[in-house]
Design a protein around this ligand. Structure first.
Ligand code: BV8
Length: 235
């Protein structure tokens, strides 16, 4: 894989945002949302990850998150996570990670700044008083409300602080490295267009090109491309 051009682009960039989706975690064995492994008991995430479904079947939704956490407890970081962690540490404040993922794997690999647009599967908050706990399966709150995973469900707005930080970064970046997203979920997917509008280059890593009309695509997987792309002295 000859990535000299892409490595040069990365080297010359002063403000880089790495924008990731479920494909970033796929090679650690974490199912993506819309790939062939995207179903859970025959349902799609869009059906389960909603306030309405939680209201009607809280136990089934909590079981969905229990199943994902259990799976995540046993996953290993893949070489792409490790390369990205090393590179973001090397580049420091020049690089930020904006992720749609809730699995915490970027933090585990040492990325200094990670903005979780869709929250985290590792914390919960009370639906009634909003008390937040860094634990899971917390059950009922002392106020009588029910704890729920602190992830953004479909139909819910994104956390204000993370959203404004992400829009600020995307508006001022000169390069967006998009890794493993089908770019179908909004408003997150709209961030790439925002960056393009402000003149950023967009480099995509995905086995199947998604952003073909607006980005340079490196057709490949995160675990194979990222070590090659980011480990060279050029990057
Ligand atoms: C909002 C957290 C409004 C939960 C997630 C009706 C009502 C309300 C809103 C809507 C509506 N209709 C549409 C919407 C908007 C909706 C939306 O966009 N729906 C889509 C499905 C059309 N958005 C929302 O609801 C958002 N909120 O609009 O609120 C509002 C506004 C103001 C006030 C109040 C309300 C909230 C969206 C957030 C939903 N939560 N996750 C959880 O995790 O349980 S989204 C979920 O999808 C994940 O976060 C995931 O990351 C994200 C995006 O998916 P991808 O990451 O791209 O994953 P996918 O499987 O799709 O693709 C994987 C890609 O990787 C593929 O391209 C594949 O080729 C590639 N790949 C595979 N293997 C590899 C690889 N790449 C590299 N290497 C590999 N090895």
């Amino acid at each position: 894989m000859n990535l000299i051009r892409e490595q040069q682009l990365i080297l010359q960039s002063e403000k880089v945002v790495v924008f990731t989706g479920a494909g970033m975690s796929a090679e650690s064995g974490v199912p993506t949302f819309r790939g062939k492994d995207g179903l859970w008991r025959g349902r799609r995430a869009e059906e389960i990850a909603t306030p309405e479904f939680f209201a009607s079947s809280p136990e089934e939704v909590l079981e969905f998150y229990r199943w994902r956490r259990e799976l995540l407890k046993h996953v290993e970081l893949h070489p792409g996570h490790v390369a990205l962690g090393e590179w973001t540490k090397k580049r420091g404040s020049a690089v930020s990670v904006v992720t749609q993922n809730v699995d915490g794997l970027h933090q585990k690999s040492g990325c200094p700044e990670v903005i979780e647009l869709h929250g985290s599967i590792w914390s919960e908050h009370c639906q009634r008083c909003q008390e937040t706990v860094e634990e899971t399966d917390a059950g009922l709150c002392s106020c009588g409300g029910r704890f729920r995973p602190s992830v953004v469900w479909f139909g819910e707005s994104l956390p204000e602080k993370g959203w404004s930080r992400a829009t600020d970064l995307m508006s001022n970046a000169d390069l967006i490295l998009v890794i493993g997203t089908s770019a179908v979920v909004y408003p997150a997917a709209g961030l790439v267009s925002l960056a393009l509008k402000n003149g950023a280059h967009v480099l995509e890593v995905n086995p199947e090109p998604v952003l073909e009309d607006s980005a340079q695509t490196i057709c490949g997987t995160a675990a194979t491309v990222l070590p090659e792309l980011l480990r060279s002295p050029q990057a």
